[in-house]
Structures are given as C-alpha cells and as structure tokens.
Design a binder for this molecule. Structure first.
Ligand code: NDP
Length: 324
C-alpha cells in the first residue's frame, strides 16, 4: 500500500523535508493504521530535522496527529476500526497521510473536539499538564514565569496556570504576542529584550517567582535562575535558542537552594493509564471552555518546509497544524 509522507535523508534546514510517496508496511502485532485528518506541528520536530535530537536516517518526522482508525492487528482491543483518535509519540512519522502506530498510545477523541483541535492540543496540552501539575505543581497565588507565553505550549499553559490560580508572568517578543498572552491568562508581560530577572523582582515586590517554565534554553537559563525566589524550581524543558550550557551545582546554592528539573513528556505518559488520565484532564478543560485552542496557522502537508521556517523565525503564535 502506498501513501504520501515527509521523509528526510539528511539533517539540515527546512530544505531537507521531502514530500514523497512511500510504502506503508503491513500492520505488526499491537498496531493500528490511522488515516490522518490533521497533524500537529511542534518545535521538537525542528530538533529532529536539524539533528539536535538525532534519529536513524532516513526517517519520517512529526510526533502528533489526529484521524480515524482504518485497520487493526488481530490482537488489538483498545481501539476499533472507525474510532476517532489522536496520539503523540515515537517513532516520528506523523507527517503523513496514513501510518501504522502502537494502538496502546491512541487516545479516543471526545465528542465536542474536532480532529484539528485534537491535533493542535494533545502534545502541547499534555506538556502544559505535566509542567503545571507534576514538574512544579502550581498553587493558588503562586507567581510563576512562563517563557514563549504566546506560543503553542505557552497559550495553553498560561490559560491552565491562570485557572489554577497562579499569577502568570509571560515573556514574549512582540506587542501582538503580548496582547495575545494577556488575553489567555497572563497577568503581566515582560518583553524578551528587557532585563527579565530585574523586571520579575519588580513585579513580585523583590521576592522572585516560585517556578520558571523555560523552553528557550541557552539564552535565558541564567536570567531564569535569577528570577526565582529561595527554594524556587527551574523547569527547563526546551531549547528554542539552543541547549543549555553545562553549569555548576553551586549556581543553585548561591541563589538560595534552588531546584532544577529537565523533564520530557514521554516520562509522564509512559503507561496507557497515565496517558488517558492526563488527556482526560486536558479534554475536560477544553470541553468546558476553560482552555481555548488557538489554531493560528494551517499549512498543507506538502508545504511543511514553510511551516518549519515560520515556526523557527518566531512568526507563529498558538498552535499550528498541517493538513494532509
Ligand atoms: P512555540 O510555538 O512556543 O514556538 C517557539 C517560541 O519560542 C517562539 O514563538 C518564540 O516566541 C520563542 N523563542 C525564543 N527564542 C527563540 C529562538 N531563538 N528561535 C525560535 N524561537 C524562539 O513552540 P512549541 O509550543 O511547539 O514548543 C515550545 C517549547 O517547548 C519548545 O522549546 C519545545 O521544544 C518545548 N517542548 C518541550 C517538551 C518537553 O516535554 N520537554 C514538550 C513540548 C514542547 P517569542 O517570539 O515570543 O520569543
């Protein structure tokens, strides 16, 4: 059976993304075949493409999509043909019209959530879930700092943190992004070109924040540490500006007993029970209208290279999807 998909034969810029016809293998034990209706674009896809997170080549790309189950292996019981499902996970191959995937990682899409919304929200929303509920569990009246607050993870996390009662200070790069972040749960905004730590101390009456959620990495790590109150938690979860440089544990001592964690989503959804539990919390908030999903960019699957260019040049806001 043939299908259309993105393949990369070498690491590099968006130009290495090749839209082509591929052979879809027979289903293996435990797998289902899904026909995609919408595919989620995520910053991690750019790390896979560039080789920052290496994968054996040639490879597909993409870690999130929503669609319909077309066929299941004989031993699959968790989904059936015709089910509407969404998933996140490896191997990265969701930039495709159809694919085979581990049925245990498929999440049924509830009524009231479309394929496009599901593809725009699962990976980013589960990330917001574990960041705010597990890595540092946000409490009412906590001051927190959230980088890239108008991005895909950012707009979901800002709404969720605000719902949990936190005072969310968002960092963004443009006035348009500031407006968007303020409309989605941020109570204060700091622009990237300001002295972030200094402004945080000013906004918190000299105290600092309980937690920083930092997806920028290299450029912001030290100023994020400087924004924390004593015993505060640094959650460094991405590398939009490059990976964080090695640092000495004494950096945490001199700033009054800080904690640092470097989490990845996969560790929080590594059983079907945990995956469905996180997805349920997320979907409930979306269906209740507490978290609104902003699909602010849509591209045809064959135009994925342009989507990567726009994401990496900070042109996008909220979630982006690819349509096969
Ligand atoms: P976003 O939509 O947030 O896009 C990235 C944003 O980062 C940009 O819009 C931009 O916002 C900001 N940014 C700051 N510096 C740079 C730079 N040098 N180059 C590009 N962008 C920059 O992407 P996602 O929502 O897909 O992902 C957000 C982050 O979360 C990523 O770093 C991703 O790797 C990480 N992540 C980590 C996970 C984990 O489990 N560890 C899971 C999911 C995501 P602005 O212009 O406002 O500065």
């Amino acid at each position: 059976m043939k299908t259309n998909a993105i393949r990369i034969n070498e690491y590099g810029g968006p130009e290495v993304l090749d839209y082509c016809e591929i052979d879809l293998p027979e289903l293996k034990s435990g797998e289902a075949r899904i026909r995609h209706n919408a595919i989620g674009l995520n910053f991690i896809d750019t790390y896979h493409r560039s080789g920052l997170y290496p994968m054996p080549l040639p490879t597909g790309l993409g870690s999130e999509a929503a669609g319909v189950v077309e066929e299941i292996a004989d031993d699959v019981t968790v989904v059936k043909v015709g089910d509407r499902v969404v998933y996140t996970g490896r191997p990265a191959d969701s930039y495709s019209e159809q694919r085979n995937f581990d049925a245990n990682q498929l999440v049924p899409i509830p009524d009231g959530i479309s394929f496009e919304q599901a593809a725009a929200l699962l990976l980013k929303g589960l990330t917001a879930w574990y960041l705010l509920r597990k890595s540092y569990a946000v409490k009412t009246n906590d001051d927190i700092l959230l980088h890239a607050a108008a991005g895909g993870v950012g707009l979901i996390a800002s709404q969720w943190a605000s719902h949990l009662g936190a005072n969310v200070i968002g960092v963004v790069s443009t006035p348009e992004k500031a407006e968007l972040a303020l409309a989605h749960g941020c109570s204060e905004i700091i622009m990237v070109d300001e002295d972030v730590a200094k402004k945080v101390l000013k906004l918190t009456n000299g105290k600092g924040v309980s937690a920083v959620y930092d997806s920028i990495g290299k450029n912001t790590f030290i100023s994020s540490l400087n924004s924390l109150k004593p015993h505060g938690v640094m959650v460094t979860f991405g590398n939009a500006s490059g990976p964080v440089d090695p640092f000495a544990p004494s950096e945490l001592a001199s700033r009054h007993s800080l904690y640092v964690t470097r989490p990845i989503l996969a560790d929080f959804i590594n059983t079907r029970e945990k995956l469905l539990h996180g997805a349920q919390e997320l979907f409930d908030l979306v269906v209740q209208g507490i978290i609104k999903i902003n699909i602010n960019q849509k591209y045809a699957l064959k135009d994925t290279a342009q989507a990567h260019r726009d994401l990496e040049s900070r042109k996008t806001t909220g979630s982006t999807i690819l349509i096969p």
